[in-house]
Structure formats: structure tokens, C-alpha cells
Design a protein. Structure first.
Length: 390
């Protein structure tokens, strides 16, 4: 197959091929380029020779080295508008570790495209199949006749996945024995661990992988301090019968950002006591994930909020949309998109850059977690004072 540098599927082929090699590497197998990666490799080489920009990468190591450089310096064709030219496909020297942007593009842009899925043979793209399991389960819950039970079971299920990246098959059976989400469906989100192995968990970024004597997390740009011993912050997970871990795609879709999400949701719930006689109810993921949080106040006001965690404001801008209110009990007066404080700490212009896209109506506000919590505390106190004066 011969493709041109401007073929819109050149970048997808390259990313899917790198991801397949990463999975081989993580499974302890020799990383061998698939036919998908080979096609992309040949097209890149031909384009570089024609443009006299790059020498032909004779070895896989040379190709990986190029992929760890800013993409604007070497990619020969046109790039999608939402791709920062300063970013890379691989972290330099990180053993086939896709960057946050590459993971985002692979999951959000490629695997939702029927054309790309057909091109790369969905049966061989494990991430797509893993994501499909979760999507199908969501569809089943949203179609359930007993919506109240489905909602409660979804919250229980999602909190379980986030709180138990490692678990056992027996524990899954015990927890979901009486749930509308059968234990086998919950268990589908996990893969069995190997007998005799010891696994490691970071409280901030989840399961860790051993790579060349080092423990690596899923977000090295955010959390890279994974030291063992008394001064370390990692948790050892020794093998027990039936031990299993979240599948990679499920972890990245639900658990990776969910760790921050759960801390935020729980901190909101703690305000119920402080805001007694002000906050009537707090709902997690109402409408089975129409958005993340719904707060109802005693004065009748309703807030809706959704937590988003993207490295680049351009990425987040593409993800912003009006919240769904198609079902009863999802309406609101004020809506918020909430982002982790670390994003603004790293880029002081993050919110102003995001707001400049002006993609949402004036009913929506964009705040950091700490600013949202401050606004919530102030409003709850105001409602409480108003109620006490009546």
C-alpha cells in the first residue's frame, strides 16, 4: 500500500501502530512493528526523502526517536487543527510511552471514527474493544426501565472502578451480587493478573508498570515520583487468588481522571454538613453521566458541574458541550466546567485561553476546583443565612 504524506489516515496509522507496539512491550513481548505501522513508516520515509527534510529512519529506534520530537518539526503532511505542533507522540526516553496528547487523540479522535476502526481492523485494536465494553454497559443502563435503580447502580459501579483498580474476582462477585450490573459485566472491565507477581499502585495515578527497573505511571507529566521504601508513596499489591486489574482502556477512560474526580465529589459532599439547611441534595453523575455533579439548594437553585482534565486548553475546548437535560431531573440554573488547579498552576493563561474560544452560552462558567469549592461555600452560607432569617 502506498499513501501520500497528506493522507488523513497517515497519522492515525502511525498512532495505532505505536500503540500496538506499546501493548507488546507492556506484555513483556518483543515489540514488533505491525503492518499498520510499517505502512505509515514507509509513507513517512518516502515523504521525508522527497522533501529532503529527514534521512530515512533505517531502524525502529530511529523512528521512535523521531516520534519523541515535536511533531511540527518532522511530520510531512498537514495536521488536524487541534494538534499542538510543539507536542510529541512519545515521551523522550520513556520506553514507548505515548504522551498525554497522543493518548487523547488515539482514544477520543481515532477510535470513535468508523473509518479508522475499519481501516485498522477493530478486532486487533484492544483499546477499542475495551472501550466498547464500557459504552455498551452505559447504553444498557440508560435503557433500563427502573431508572432510579440503574442510576444508583451506575454510581456504585463507577466508584468501584475508580476505587479498585486492583481487586479480586470474588470481591467483584460479592459487591455486585444484588446489582442490576451483573458481576460478569463488572468483571469484564478487568484482566487477570499473573500468579506470583507483585503489582504496584500510586494513590495519585493508579496502577504502575515495571519498565527496565523503574515504576512508570500513566501520566508521567503529572505524577512521576514512584519510589519504594519508607519515603515512597506507592502501595504494594501482592498476588492473591483471583487478583485482577482494570483493563488499560477502562483505566484511562474512567479511573485515571476519576481519582481526582472522586476527591472533588467527596469534598462537595462534606459541605452538606457545613451547608445544612442550604444544600438539599448532591448527586454524582446524574442521568448516568450526563454530567458529573448536580447540587440542589434549599432556595430552589440547581447547579450542574463537570470536571475535565486536559493538558492543553485546545483539547478541552474540543470537549466542551452543553450538558444534556433530556431526562427528568437533569435541569439546572447554573452550569460549571471545573478543571484541576494543577493545570492553571502550570499555565496561568489556561482559563483565559479556554474562554477565548467562546464555545458555550453565558450560563456556563469555567473554574478551578478550589475556586468552585469557594463559590459553593459562599453560596451555601448565603442560602443558610437567608433561611435562618425567615
Amino acid at each position: 500500500m502506498i499513501i501520500s504524506a497528506n493522507d488523513k489516515l497517515l497519522l492515525p496509522r502511525l498512532l495505532v501502530g505505536l500503540e500496538e507496539m506499546r501493548q507488546q512491550f507492556d506484555d513483556g513481548k518483543p515489540p514488533i512493528p505491525s503492518s499498520t505501522l510499517q505502512v505509515a513508516w514507509n509513507a513517512l520515509a518516502a515523504a521525508w526523502i522527497n522533501q529532503e527534510k529527514q534521512t530515512y529512519p533505517m531502524t525502529m529506534q530511529a523512528l521512535l526517536s523521531i516520534c519523541s520530537k515535536p511533531i511540527g518539526e518532522w511530520f510531512p503532511g498537514s495536521l488536524p487543527d487541534n494538534i499542538p505542533t510543539s507536542d510529541r507522540l512519545l515521551y523522550p526516553g520513556q520506553d514507548l510511552e505515548l504522551t498525554e496528547w497522543a493518548n487523547y487523540y488515539l482514544t477520543e479522535e481515532l477510535q470513535r471514527s468508523e473509518e479508522i476502526v475499519n481501516l485498522t481492523n477493530a478486532g486487533k485494536v484492544e483499546r477499542h474493544l475495551q472501550n466498547l465494553q464500557f459504552v455498551n454497559l452505559l447504553h444498557t443502563l440508560k435503557s433500563a426501565r427502573d431508572r432510579v435503580r440503574a442510576q444508583a447502580d451506575y454510581v456504585k459501579f463507577r466508584r468501584y472502578l475508580i476505587g479498585h483498580p486492583y481487586t479480586t474476582r470474588q470481591h467483584i462477585s460479592d459487591i455486585f451480587a444484588l446489582s442490576s450490573i451483573h458481576a460478569d459485566k463488572a468483571g469484564d472491565m478487568y484482566v487477570d493478573c499473573s500468579r506470583g507477581e507483585t503489582y504496584y499502585l500510586c494513590p495519585n495515578c493508579g496502577p504502575l508498570l515495571q519498565k527496565h527497573g523503574r515504576l512508570r505511571g500513566a501520566k508521567p507529566d503529572v505524577c512521576s515520583d514512584h519510589r519504594e521504601g519508607p519515603n515512597g508513596n506507592i502501595i504494594s499489591v501482592p498476588y492473591v487468588h483471583g487478583l485482577c486489574r482494570l483493563k488499560t482502556a477502562i483505566f484511562e477512560r474512567v479511573c485515571l481522571h476519576g481519582i481526582t474526580e472522586i476527591k472533588w465529589l467527596d469534598s462537595v459532599r462534606e459541605l452538606i454538613g457545613v451547608g445544612r439547611n442550604a444544600i438539599v441534595s448532591v448527586e454524582d453523575w446524574p442521568g448516568i453521566d450526563a454530567y458529573d455533579l448536580r447540587i440542589k439548594f434549599k432556595d430552589g437553585a440547581v447547579w450542574a458541574a463537570d470536571l475535565k482534565d486536559y493538558f492543553y486548553p485546545e483539547q478541552l475546548a474540543n470537549a466542551l458541550k452543553e450538558f444534556s437535560v433530556s431526562r427528568e431531573g437533569l435541569s439546572f440554573n447554573t452550569a460549571f466546567y471545573v478543571i484541576p488547579d494543577r493545570r492553571v498552576d502550570a499555565n496561568r493563561n489556561y482559563i483565559s485561553q479556554l474562554v477565548s474560544y467562546k464555545l458555550l452560552s453565558d450560563a456556563y462558567r469555567i473554574l478551578t476546583i478550589s475556586d468552585f469549592m469557594s463559590e459553593l461555600s459562599k453560596y451555601a452560607r448565603r442560602v443558610k443565612r437567608k433561611g435562618d432569617s425567615l
